[in-house]
Design a protein around this ligand. Structure first.
Ligand SMILES: *[C@@H]1O[C@H](CO)[C@@H](O)[C@H](O)[C@H]1NC(C)=O
Ligand SMILES: *[C@@H]1O[C@H](CO)[C@@H](O)[C@H](O)[C@H]1NC(C)=O
Ligand SMILES: *[C@@H]1O[C@H](CO)[C@@H](O)[C@H](O)[C@H]1NC(C)=O
Ligand SMILES: *[C@@H]1O[C@H](CO)[C@@H](O)[C@H](O)[C@H]1NC(C)=O
Ligand SMILES: *[C@@H]1O[C@H](CO)[C@@H](O)[C@H](O)[C@H]1NC(C)=O
Ligand SMILES: *[C@@H]1O[C@H](CO)[C@@H](O)[C@H](O)[C@H]1NC(C)=O
Length: 376
């Protein structure tokens, strides 16, 4: 199992028009990060690129926007600081800084039942609590505190899905912790390994899903629950994982993300033929590099999203940088930071940079294609 779990944020300019919708996702991601702080107390942030890839007639962002109450405090606050943004009409939610927040977290290990034993820092004896008192402050505009009541109200009859690896799971847990103050979710589904789940909020008829698909493409994985592998991962670079694509059209909103699992040893298949591998010494296969597979995966994913019939508003979250320093989680890396990084305090690793560049490049290609078709 990838121990590496973090949220991340990064520069991406948004038009005002898209901002309201995007803000919801950002809230989650930030909240996810807060949750990361809560459970690990050590992290780093870098980049989220999000996009809305809109949709058919009834669920265009415009109509979603129109469904928001005019006095929705979030959107007002959001545009409150016009001094810097009135001309461009843009607010970059993803560039900013972490600032102290004396109001503290939405939930504690007492109020939230979704915190699992191994994530329960306080219970596990973490002595400090300063990590709970931070919030994200975008440069030049104010991001209001996430309002679970408003959120559930706006999301009546709607569904969200978090699709990806353990970071997506963390986001869902965090969101559940927050929303449960307004309404307790009922778990209506789990898979055999309790990795993919669905919750329903009966009063609001809101459905929340998490789908475990760490590669997003078809992968045969031979790992037990402790992450011990009995055989190499077999990755099919020309097939998406049906676990999420079969359900995708049911979702009003989807946050798709992956990344770290591509660094593992894997045998690559294309057209049902083994074409190479990543990190498989002794196998007499061509080392193609994780970047080869990751690019193929991105192409498949973005192609699917842009041609899927467009009901779902999709967000793509870019990969997360390492949070262990001076080594990996399995090789003596340390993980003892207590406060967020300041700008310029840290550089992304080469691997993280590579992954991120692939994401941005393939995203840009997909966006340009969409633009040409007039969907944006
Ligand atoms: C919450 O954390 C406190 C320590 O801060 C611990 O004493 C308590 O057992 C924890 N409660 C739960 C339900 O995990
Ligand atoms: C508004 O923007 C100005 C100029 O960037 C900045 O100095 C100020 O702190 C901002 N105010 C708020 C409330 O964010
Ligand atoms: C939710 O769906 C029900 C049944 O289709 C409908 O009666 C109700 O008006 C919907 N509520 C909202 C807020 O869309
Ligand atoms: C709940 O929402 C779904 C759409 O997501 C709708 O089909 C269904 O009728 C709603 N149920 C109720 C009881 O409003
Ligand atoms: C490795 O693969 C190549 C090409 O498939 C083959 O010619 C060669 O004999 C193989 N070497 C070993 C040691 O199996
Ligand atoms: C990050 O990289 C730049 C350029 O190589 C270097 O000048 C800078 O000192 C590095 N910063 C840190 C914190 O390592």
């Amino acid at each position: 199992m990838v121990k590496e779990m973090r949220s991340d944020l990064n520069p991406f300019s948004l038009s005002k028009h898209n901002s309201v919708i995007i803000k919801f996702a950002v809230s989650f991601l930030l909240v996810g990060l807060a949750f990361r702080l809560l459970i690990s107390g050590s992290f780093r942030f870098s980049s989220v690129v999000e996009t809305s890839i809109p949709a058919n007639e009834e669920t265009k962002p415009e109509s979603l926007m129109a469904s928001l109450p005019a006095e929705e405090p979030a959107s007002n606050d959001f545009e409150a600081n016009k001094s810097q943004n009135s001309q461009s009409g843009k607010c970059d939610l993803f560039t900013g800084e972490w600032i102290p927040d004396p109001s503290g977290p939405f939930y504690t290990n007492q109020s939230c039942l979704q915190i699992e034993g191994h994530q329960n820092c306080m219970k596990n004896g973490r002595p400090d609590s300063g990590y709970l008192y931070w919030r994200w402050s975008p440069r030049g505009c104010r991001l209001p505190k996430f309002n679970p009541k408003n959120f559930l109200h706006l999301m009546r009859n709607k569904s969200w899905a978090f699709i990806g690896d353990s970071i997506s799971r963390n986001h869902v847990q965090s969101l559940l912790c927050i929303l449960s103050q307004v309404e307790q979710a009922v778990e209506t589904y789990h898979d055999e390994e309790y990795r993919s789940k669905i919750w329903h909020f009966p009063t609001h008829n809101f459905t929340l899903s998490v789908i475990w698909t760490p590669f997003l493409i078809r992968a045969d994985i031979f790992e037990d629950m402790n992450g011990v592998s009995s055989s190499e991962i077999q990755l099919h670079l020309d097939e998406l994982d049906k676990k999420w694509t079969d359900q995708y059209r049911n979702f009003d909103y989807a946050i798709v993300a992956g990344g770290k699992w591509f660094l593992k040893t894997a045998i690559y298949h294309e057209n049902n033929v083994v074409t190479g591998c990543h990190y498989c010494p002794g196998k007499n296969l061509t080392e193609l590099g994780f970047d080869y597979a990751y690019r193929k995966a991105m192409q498949l994913i973005f192609n699917f999203i842009t041609s899927s019939g467009h009901k779902t508003l999709a967000f793509f979250r870019t990969t997360t940088p390492d949070h262990f320093e001076n080594g990996e989680w399995f090789s003596g890396g340390t993980c003892n930071r207590k406060v967020p990084f300041k700008e310029g305090e840290v550089n992304m690793t080469d691997v993280d940079t590579m992954m991120r560049n692939i994401e941005l490049e393939e995203f840009a290609k997909a966006a340009a294609y969409d633009l040409k078709k007039g969907w944006f």
